[in-house]
Design a protein around this ligand. Structure first.
Ligand code: UTP
Length: 478
């Protein structure tokens, strides 16, 4: 039975009254019919019982952080296989290559973040990231996928999670650049979900007279959005079994890595991760641990100092495995996270106090707060790890695979990322016998941009026409 607008209004009003949120209809009478309809739709689509539970647990109270009883370092596969693992690594790489060739692997970029620290006016994927040509992050990944498709004569469908805020501009960018040569039929952009931003008094905020203030629901929301957007169904239709997950801000990431995918599949893992040995005890990365026997991540801010600083017998950090948000995730596992808890998404929400612009109800004016005035709720992708029956971790190398662009300046900035991109290219060229200028700190003193279209890994450079020597201060595009 279709309800009239007035019946819908009455129904919504009753629901809001039950939950003490009637203020959200304060401006209803001022709105045009279309805008009234939009507001009603937004209010009808909220899971009110869940929101009210979350207001109680995350706004009016602060959830207690309970650490596992037993916290141990998580085991991981080393960067270079020990003698007893060499055969397994060979098999794993071959299996990964087979899965890619058979079209069973998809690439998945999470690009829904707001990128506030970088301060770029546009989706982060459009940021000019490479050291000479200034190619965008999206183009860097597209080239990786193009070359992998060519190398394995395969199709790698690419899914990109945007947010309601940057979805349109991300799509426009892909259109403008003709999908960087990829077949648009194999590139799917979809926006992530949002959560209402919650005032510190437990009342939802309005962004405008006809709109709730909302925020993207965190990178963990990607595992929900894959399901709700139909992307997971699309993967199943295509025969995709494994999802290669990476963040939009790391141009050195191996978007699709046969060894990693193969180890994950060989061990029948549901969700796996790459790790970097931490640079120092307090590095601001999550810590892979065994939490009561299950792989999980403790964020740097929650890691007890005595654990962060603990040393193994040889003096190295006992908890040395840092998380860099690179995962392989089984399609079936993502489905189970969405279906097993009676349709409620299995990941928990975390709270963050933030400044959220809002429409003040009494004065009907827009306020840009100077102090945090709201709680944003976000899910974190690594919270899925302890839910996986099996989860493996593979060590990787900082220069090879981690050149994040987070901040406008300083650490993890465009400048450090470009240096790391040049450094990686230099390493690969050196392995081919090219003579390169390094300073005493081992940093290359030239700017080198090596496209993924030229090489996905050092071996791809062999047989190419490479310079014998690179002079200090020179610039080279390959
Ligand atoms: P970050 O934690 O670096 O957040 O996201 P951010 O929003 O990009 O940047 P800041 O903190 O505002 O400066 C890590 C990855 O997770 C994605 C981001 O796009 C990035 O690839 N992400 C984050 C989402 O896709 N959705 C979110 O809601 C949050």
């Amino acid at each position: 039975m279709t309800l009239s607008p007035d019946q819908r209004y009455q129904q919504v009003k009753q629901t809001l009254k039950r939950y003490g949120q009637e203020h959200l209809l304060s401006f209803y009478e001022d709105l045009s019919t279309d805008r009234q309809d939009a507001l009603l739709q937004q209010l009808e689509s909220q899971d009110w019982p869940q929101i009210m539970e979350l207001i109680d647990s995350h706004v009016l109270h602060t959830p207690e952080m309970t650490l596992a009883q037993d916290i141990q370092p998580a085991p991981y596969y080393p960067l270079l296989p020990t003698a007893d693992l060499q055969d397994k690594y060979r098999k794993a790489r071959a299996l990964g290559e087979t899965l890619i060739t058979e079209g069973k692997v998809a690439a998945f970029t999470v690009a829904g973040g707001q990128g506030t620290r970088l301060g770029w006016n546009g989706p982060k994927g459009t940021f000019p990231a490479t050291p000479i040509k200034g190619k965008s992050l999206f183009e860097v990944f597209a080239e990786f996928i193009l070359k992998t498709q060519e190398k394995y004569r395969a199709t790698i469908p690419w899914y990109i999670m945007t947010s309601p805020i940057n979805d349109g501009s991300s799509r426009e960018f892909f259109e403008q650049h003709k999908f960087f040569g990829l077949d648009p039929a194999n590139v799917t952009l979809f926006p992530q979900g949002t959560m209402p931003s919650l005032g510190l008094d437990g009342k939802l905020l309005l962004a405008d007279k006809d709109k709730l203030a909302v925020n993207p629901d965190g990178h963990g929301g990607s595992l929900r959005a894959l399901y709700l957007s139909g992307a997971l169904e699309d993967m199943a239709r295509r025969g995709v079994e494994q999802i290669s997950y990476f963040q939009v801000d790391n141009p050195n990431v191996k978007c699709v890595d046969p060894l990693f995918i193969g180890l994950h599949a060989l061990d029948s893992a549901q969700m796996s991760s790459k790790m970097l040995p931490k640079a120092h005890a307090q590095e601001r990365v999550g810590n892979f641990c065994l939490l009561d026997g299950r792989v999980g991540v403790i964020e740097y801010s929650d890691m007890p100092a005595q654990l962060a600083e603990a040393r193994a017998a040889d003096g190295s950090l006992k908890f040395n495995a840092g998380s860099i948000a690179i995962h392989v995730i089984a399609v079936d596992f993502v489905r189970s996270l969405n279906e097993s808890a009676g349709g409620r998404f299995a990941l928990p929400f975390h709270r963050a106090r933030k400044k959220v612009p809002y429409l003040d109800i009494t004065s009907a004016t827009h306020i840009d707060p100077e102090k945090p005035n709201a709680i944003k709720l976000e899910a974190f992708v690594f919270d899925a790890l302890p839910l996986a029956k099996t989860s493996i971790i593979l060590e990787t190398d900082r220069v090879e695979e981690f050149a994040p662009i987070k901040n406008a300046e300083g650490n993890d900035s465009p400048a450090t990322s470009k240096q790391l991109q040049s450094q990686r290219a230099a390493r690969w060229l050196m392995q081919q016998g090219v003579d390169l200028p390094f300073n005493t700190a081992g940093e290359v003193e030239a700017i080198i941009e090596l496209s993924h279209l030229t090489a996905l890994e050092p071996a791809d450079l062999s047989g190419l026409d490479l310079p014998q020597k690179i002079e200090p201060g020179s610039k080279l595009v390959l």
